[in-house]
Ligand binder design. Structure first.
Ligand code: DP6
Length: 362
């Protein structure tokens, strides 16, 4: 796929002033993307559920620059305040996108972004924020250059562009479930963009919940980007990539046939494998907290005793995502109330569910 567009300069003398706005959700990986190469290409396919309550809203206000050279003119506000640290990352990203969107250097941009969840909640926002930004850029291109893509082609391009900002963001563009990475049995799948998989998700999973227990709000001691890097000289790398490919295949089968128990088993194995890989990286590191382990054990015990199919997964951090069907909401709530009442506090949890994907706001 080559989205580079050397002719993508706005031809009209008068570039209209305008604004684009998108809201885009976070996602939780069931098969983890861990290890990358080249320009943000994954070492193995990954599958995720798209969330609903955890999202980023981003707007870009644009107007013509009088004169332009090769650099960009933009300001970045996060939750109403200018944010130089985030702005720097956005600047690097936009610069890298110039071959795809050369018109960006003709414009002066004001980018504003905000999350539905507190920034300090320990919830990674790169998936929702980079996908929201990518969607804004693709909409701007349509408007300014008159490019018209059908919905599928638009989503694919947005996913490709989002991937260049953060790998996991490629998956946030689609409702309910997404697959990123080439998988032989799924014809349209690609390492370059994710594809929507809602149509293959059995209805039993459509009302699935993700109750996120915020064990710690601390900034991670090792970033995901550094973690991906360590996979490059990891003793288990090749075995892991082969395993992830196999598991993607099996999980897809379970998810499309409504096999909740079997899917849950793979999902939990994946979470523990991700943290196992971190622990035996060079140097090894641990992102789980003692309470992460207590919760994991309690979930397994509760499942065994009650028969309620609730599973855990983990991101690259200590917070626990509990996945379960909406019809078990009450039973899971009773479990949390009894065992971990601190997570009934709204500051310590996000009660999320499978969502409908991004929405253009204007
Ligand atoms: C553990 O997408 O945050 O959450 O591409 O460097 O931005 P970059 O990494 P990122 O990695 C996410 C890793 C993960 C698993 C996953 O979401 O698949």
């Amino acid at each position: 796929m080559d989205y580079n567009n050397p002719n993508g300069i706005v031809s009209t003398e008068q570039i209209p002033e305008g604004m684009v706005r998108w809201k885009s959700p976070s996602n939780i990986a069931l098969i983890k993307y861990w290890g990358k190469h080249g320009n943000q290409l994954p070492r193995n396919p990954s599958i995720s559920f798209t969330l609903e309550a955890a999202f980023t809203e981003t707007s870009i206000q644009y107007r013509a620059r009088r004169e332009y050279g090769s650099g960009l003119e933009f300001s970045f506000y996060f939750e109403g305040e200018e944010n130089p640290a985030f702005g720097e990352r956005i600047g690097r990203y936009l610069n890298a996108l110039l071959p795809i969107f050369p018109f960006l250097k003709q414009l002066s941009l004001e980018i504003r972004s905000g999350n539905s969840f507190p920034h300090s909640s320990g919830i990674a926002s790169s998936a929702s924020s980079m996908s929201a930004l990518a969607l804004c850029l693709c909409t701007m291109e349509e408007r300014l250059l008159g490019v018209e893509l059908d919905n599928e082609a638009f989503d694919r391009k947005a996913s490709y562009v989002a991937r260049l900002g953060s790998g996991s963001a490629a998956r946030s563009v689609f409702p309910k479930m997404a697959l990123w990475g080439k998988l032989n049995e799924v014809a349209a799948s690609s390492d370059e963009f994710a594809i929507g998989m809602a149509a293959r998700l059995h209805e039993r999973f459509h009302d699935f919940r993700d109750w996120i227990l915020i064990v710690s709000r601390e900034v991670k001691s090792v970033s995901s980007t550094a973690g991906h890097d360590m996979m490059n000289n990891h003793d288990f790398a090749e075995a892991r990539y082969a395993q992830a490919r196999r598991k993607t295949h099996f999980l897809m089968e379970h998810l499309s046939h409504g096999q909740i128990v079997e899917a849950g088993k793979v999902i939990e194995e994946e979470a523990l494998t991700l943290h196992g890989l971190m622990m035996c990286s060079m140097p090894g590191y641990v992102l789980m907290e003692p309470e992460t382990l207590q919760i994991i054990r309690a979930i397994r015990e509760f499942r065994e005793k009650s028969g309620v199919q609730v599973f855990f997964t983990l991101d690259a951090g200590p917070n626990v995502h509990m996945l379960y069907s909406g019809r078990d909401e009450e039973a899971v709530e009773d479990f949390i109330k009894t065992r971990f009442p601190q997570y009934m506090e709204p500051e310590r949890s996000i009660r999320d569910k499978l969502g409908a994907g991004p929405v253009q706001l204007d």
